[in-house]
Design a protein around this ligand. Structure first.
Ligand SMILES: [Zn+2]
Length: 380
């Protein structure tokens, strides 16, 4: 029969089921697995031994179980059996993060280096990644891949930067890195990385409009847990929607784009940090309150326009997220209510649940997702 399942596939399927069950529940007993997955004890025992031998799971103390009256041996996955790396390429610095199979930070490195589209730059960045890997005692086999978060649009195959005006890197190929790094590598749009992180920490999140409010503005549309890229890869590039035809010059060459009103480059003055700004603001200092209300008013105009086009949840993320408070959402909502044509309920404005390292971790996550979704779950 053409579509029948072979014994080998059943075996593989059981192995995957057991691994994912342990992954999701973090610490489980053999009895939990047998009962919840309705698998026989010998099947579970054989698979646990094989997974343990492959280094994918380990015994992890003891655990009380509902199914037997005494404590039983507990099993967990080995979170750093495989590792993924996220790298954020910025104008004057590079951020690197190593994450385990739960997407948790193992360690992080930030160093200053000016971006240039030259071989010397790609060599330096690659060398720093490899040095950091060695410092952390991570073997070649553990590494699943490296995702490079770029301030620009990326081709669907993630191999080329198709629009990179901030860094003047349009046309950049991933080969510039892979010639020095012996791992799978890819580019990702930084706003997409932030949205991927958001989905990772919010399993219940189905659809939303994610606003990445950082030094630059970015966005991503999440639809049924997928990120919409559009026909030409520029869906959700809201930063270039013109809000004021005679406004300030945007890096894209046009005037008055949303970027020139709603990015942190506009909120903060030179050398001013978010910490500085919000310390003064939360101490109720008037000049800061005026600047903040002006910024929020522009942001409200932007969100109102977007919300009229796409009626969904709006997640406020990026570097601004950890500083936002409910009172700021209330202000935004009040402004939007005044502007909009429809009665607005307040339930559509949310603050990101993952305010730190969201771009670097998000760049690393696709390799982990691929590993977890793979049908073979290779041990190396
Ligand atoms: Zn623009």
């Amino acid at each position: 029969m053409k579509n029948s399942i072979t014994p080998n596939q059943i075996k593989q399927n059981n192995r995957n089921l057991i691994y994912h069950y342990i992954y999701q529940h973090r610490k489980v007993s053999q009895q939990d697995i047998c009962y919840d997955l309705r698998l026989s004890r010998p099947t579970v025992t054989t698979n646990l031994s094989a997974l343990e031998q492959d280094g994918l799971i380990e015994k992890n103390g003891q655990i009380s179980t509902d199914y037997v009256g005494r404590k039983a041996a507990a099993y967990s996955i080995v979170p750093d059996r495989r590792i993924s790396i996220g790298v954020e390429i910025l104008k004057n610095e590079v951020k690197i993060i190593f994450v385990n199979l739960y997407g948790e930070k193992i360690d992080r490195l930030v160093f200053a280096v000016d971006f240039t589209k030259e071989e010397s730059y790609f060599k330096i960045v690659s060398e720093r990644i490899l040095e950091f890997k060695n410092k952390l005692n991570i073997s070649e086999e553990q590494i699943l891949g490296i995702g490079f978060a770029m301030q620009g649009l990326v081709s669907p195959d993630r191999r080329t930067v198709i629009y990179g005006k901030i860094l003047s890197c349009t046309g950049l190929s991933i080969d510039e890195f892979t010639r020095y790094l012996p791992y799978p590598c890819c580019f990702l749009h930084d706003a997409e990385c932030a949205a991927i992180s958001e989905m990772w920490v919010s399993p219940e999140l189905q659809s939303a409009f994610y606003l990445s409010i950082s030094k630059h503005l970015g966005a991503a549309v999440i639809s049924n847990r997928e990120i919409l890229s559009g026909m030409h890869g520029h869906s959700a590039t809201i930063e270039h929607i013109q809000m004021e035809p005679d406004g300030d010059l945007c890096y894209c060459g046009k005037r008055g784009c949303m970027e020139t009103l709603c990015s942190l480059n506009v909120l903060l003055s030179n050398e001013e940090s978010l910490d500085d700004f919000f310390t003064h603001l939360r101490q109720q200092e008037e000049p800061y309150q005026i600047r903040w209300e002006q910024f929020l008013t522009h942001l409200a105009r932007a969100i109102n326009m977007l919300h009229l086009i796409h009626d969904t949840d709006y997640i406020l993320g990026g570097y601004l997220a950890p500083y936002l408070r409910t009172e700021d959402l209330n202000f935004l909502h009040q402004e939007i209510s005044h502007m909009t044509s429809f009665p607005e309920t307040q339930d559509f404005l949310l603050i990101s649940k993952m305010p730190t390292h969201n771009i670097t971790i998000g760049a690393a996550l696709p390799y982990i997702q691929t590993f977890l979704n793979t049908s073979t779950l290779s041990s190396v």
